[in-house]
Write a new protein. Structure first.
Length: 83
């Protein structure tokens, strides 16, 4: 099972990245918050404060991932090619 499908690059996600050090990822519907956190910490060698998930009206699950102060979300977004 592929937990992280792809990051979202929307107006809202850019605003969250700048204001709250948060990135939004589309994730597998069966993925748990803990699994999402572990996967991202291993993929990018970063420290994550919290993971919140929501399933939208399009039936896709999104994870709102808040990074610690020592890890700017902009750096992760640059690695992913979002910026």
């Amino acid at each position: 099972m592929e937990i992280i499908k792809h990051p979202l690059s929307t107006e809202k996600s850019i605003r969250l990245m700048e204001a709250e050090n948060t990135l939004i990822f589309e994730v597998d519907k069966m993925a748990t918050k803990d699994a999402i956190k572990r996967t991202l910490e291993e993929m990018f060698a970063v420290k994550i404060i919290s993971v919140n998930t929501r399933i939208g009206p399009d039936a896709k699950k999104r994870a709102y991932v808040k990074f610690s102060g020592e890890t700017p979300a902009i750096d992760v977004a640059t690695k992913l090619g979002l910026l």
